[in-house]
Write a protein that binds this ligand. Structure first.
Ligand code: FE2
Length: 343
């Protein structure tokens, strides 16, 4: 049992209706609550994005140039939808298999980068350049041998050197299409550079790194951290945001980190939190003026039972309650299975 799971302790002693009585599972309650939060990107556009990134990678593998028209058409839709739905849930694509990571990661990085760019008040044409570069930043990985790219164990120095060539490869692939501008190429080449100058491949620092690449770097790291990898478990969004914030002005450009936190928030929409009252709920609205006090839909009472009728609490108005930590939904499912024998 994880440390955060302790809040469900003693649930079997609680009398009265349990979730099992109601025939509902904690998973269903969470999914139901999630369905009430609109996504930032429509299902259709998300599927289209996955299709186009697959198509692009396959084309390049076969030696063709990147079809910039297809990518641009997609990106226009993505930018439009994200501008219209900034207060919606950042519906990142969850990978089904390790092989899918490159594809879903590209789409996710693109979404997050647009979101940061919008908050940063970039004009539309810059947003589209940003989205283009963010979507195709890792294209060069197709030139890294699979046995290195998909190696489960620790990479040796030589293998690491090989991986570190992918920004250069990405830039080279994009350069083969003369209609692709300088900015997406720079994003691809510089997305692993770091503000303090210890990134790669050039180890450039500060404002020598293109602004759009500085933004993409944050999006890239956030998606990587919040995804399960063969060598580590995923971070909670809260922990990933905290980590990035802790490295502002060091690894990451502080103004872009600020825009990132303002858009994603520290408790992103749809994430689960535990309150000081021992209640557990879902963040359903971010209060941008006080991101630590979002509006919460209480789903589980202090005993850990599913609320008969969930209530919404605006923590700006309710000063008795406050968030004490973020919780992984898997942990909530697990606790309920352990304690009530449901599912
Ligand atoms: Fe990369």
């Amino acid at each position: 049992m994880g440390k955060r799971g302790v809040f469900f302790k003693g649930i079997s002693d609680v009398e009265g209706k349990t979730s099992a009585d109601r025939g509902a599972t904690s998973r269903e309650i969470i999914i139901e609550a999630l369905e009430n939060i609109p996504p930032m990107l429509s299902d259709e556009t998300q599927k289209e994005a996955m299709k186009i990134i697959h198509y692009t990678v396959n084309n390049v593998k076969m030696g063709k140039v990147v079809d910039d028209k297809e990518v641009k058409r997609l990106i226009k839709n993505m930018v439009e939808e994200i501008i219209a739905n900034q207060d919606a849930m950042l519906n990142l694509i969850k990978i089904k298999s390790h092989d899918e990571y490159t594809f879903s990661h590209s789409v996710n990085v693109c979404m997050i980068a647009i979101l940061i760019g919008v908050r940063y008040q970039l004009p539309i044409d810059s947003l589209e350049e940003l989205a283009f570069g963010a979507m195709l930043q890792d294209l060069g990985k197709i030139m890294v041998p699979d046995e290195i790219l998909f190696k489960l164990g620790r990479l040796n120095e030589k293998e690491l050197e090989e991986i570190k060539k992918h920004p250069l490869y990405s830039q080279q692939i994009l350069s083969e299409n003369s209609r692709i501008g300088e900015l997406p190429k720079k994003i691809a080449y510089q997305h692993h550079e770091r503000w303090h100058g210890q990134g790669y491949p050039q180890r450039i620092s500060g404002e020598n790194i293109e602004l759009l690449a500085r933004i993409t770097a944050i999006a890239d790291v956030y998606d990587a951290l919040t995804t399960d990898r063969p060598y580590r478990k995923k971070f909670l969004p809260y922990d990933a945001v905290r980590l990035i914030v802790s490295r502002a002005d060091d690894e990451f450009y502080a103004d872009a980190v600020r825009a990132f936190v303002e858009s994603v928030s520290i408790y992103p929409l749809g994430s689960l939190v535990k309150l000081n009252t021992e209640e557990v709920g879902m963040v359903i609205k971010i209060n941008r003026k006080a991101i630590v006090r979002p509006t919460i839909r209480i789903l589980f009472n202090p005993s850990g039972n599913i609320m008969e009728e969930p209530i919404n609490i605006d923590l700006i108005k309710d000063r008795e309650r406050f968030v004490i930590c973020a919780i992984d939904e898997e942990e909530v499912y697990q606790m309920h299975t352990d304690q009530t024998g449901e599912e």
